[in-house]
Design a protein around this ligand. Structure first.
Ligand code: BDR
Ligand code: CA
Length: 320
């Protein structure tokens, strides 16, 4: 593979308004080659997420990209239920979509990931932007999977700030802490794009208004779904705009210079107490035999040049 080849990625996703943004951003970026989408429960039930994934690809003119459906529930608990108050009843701001007749890939998400990664060892980066159930299942089915990955760039977690789904935890992680703890223990390069930066990356109402002036199908979809997401943020007393969660993975891959990072091993709180789902970096010495021992350091994003990465995403939306 030449150094200028686009980076092959599989986006594991629960679309989801901000998932849709990340997908169309990636599809508009020649540095990236989206070789598949895998779907997971989260913002909506998995079947709805799969339908939405097909629609997003259709809008982007990329119906050639396969969609493999994955887990409908977490590994070790019941699904907490769709985030209709954030993403609408259909996961995409309740916009109307034509009926979808396409069928998902014959392999489920975990097997699809394994097949693709083993066919191109060292080339594929996983980009999980939903609960980490599919990735954990793939690792359980194929323990050698991480060593064949180029790496993972994950939206999830909160290292040095509060959670958004509970005081302790971020939404993707609290939706399946057991899976997340498996995935953060993978022996491959991992980047954690958590709330530490995503809640400091803000696309303003004015910028959403700018998207509405653009005349291409991807921008029209964005302009349709973003106001719903913005209204949720305003109702929660946040900024007059949106936090940019899932697109952060794409921005980091395109422009890592806009981020500051630290590296620490991570464990996920899988207990039943108030800390469930918290991503804990080990900041001090590792006690031999302790919970963080033998875990590879994860690259944790800690600071972001919000204006620069939002400008980059907007610029990619202007391209036909
Ligand atoms: C994450 O939770 C989901 O609702 C979003 O799509 C994003 O992946 C943010 O906490
Ligand atoms: Ca998501």
């Amino acid at each position: 593979m030449s150094s200028s080849s686009p980076r092959k990625i599989i986006i594991d996703t629960d679309p989801g308004i901000d998932d849709a943004m990340a997908i169309i951003y990636a599809l508009a970026s020649p540095e990236l080659d989206v070789i598949g989408l895998t779907t997971v429960f989260g913002n909506a039930h998995v079947e709805t997420c799969t339908t939405n994934a097909f629609y997003i690809l259709d809008v982007a003119g990329r119906s050639d990209i396969p969609v493999a459906q994955g887990a409908g529930r977490p590994l070790a608990m019941d699904f907490r239920g769709p985030a209709t108050f954030v993403h609408g009843n259909n996961g995409l701001a309740d916009i109307s979509m034509p009926p979808q007749s396409r069928r998902p890939h014959q392999l489920d998400a975990a097997h699809f990931i394994i097949e693709q990664v083993l066919a191109a060892p060292g080339e594929i980066t996983l980009v999980p932007i939903g609960p980490l159930t599919n990735i954990a299942l793939a690792m359980l089915l194929c323990p050698e999977l991480p060593k064949h990955l180029a790496g993972m760039v994950i939206m999830g977690g909160n290292a040095f700030c509060p959670g958004n789904a509970s005081p302790a935890a971020e939404a993707n992680i609290i939706n399946d802490p057991e899976a997340a703890d498996i995935v953060f223990g993978a022996d491959c390069p991992i980047v954690m794009c958590g709330l530490d930066v995503t809640e400091r990356t803000v696309m303003t109402s004015e910028q959403i208004g700018f998207i509405a002036t653009l005349d291409n199908p991807r921008a029209r979809l964005a302009a349709q779904i973003l106001p719903h997401y913005r209204d949720f943020h305003i109702a929660r007393g946040k900024n007059d705009g949106i936090h940019v969660h899932d697109s952060t993975c794409i921005s980091y891959m395109l422009a890592p210079q806009h981020y500051t990072t630290v590296a620490h091993p991570i464990r996920v709180d899988c207990g039943d107490g108030v800390g469930r789902g918290k991503t804990w970096p080990s900041l001090r010495h590792l006690m031999p035999g302790g919970p963080w021992t033998d875990r590879r350091p994860v690259t944790i994003l800690t600071q972001v040049d919000s204006a620069a990465v939002v400008a980059l995403e907007l610029q990619r939306l202007t391209v036909d």
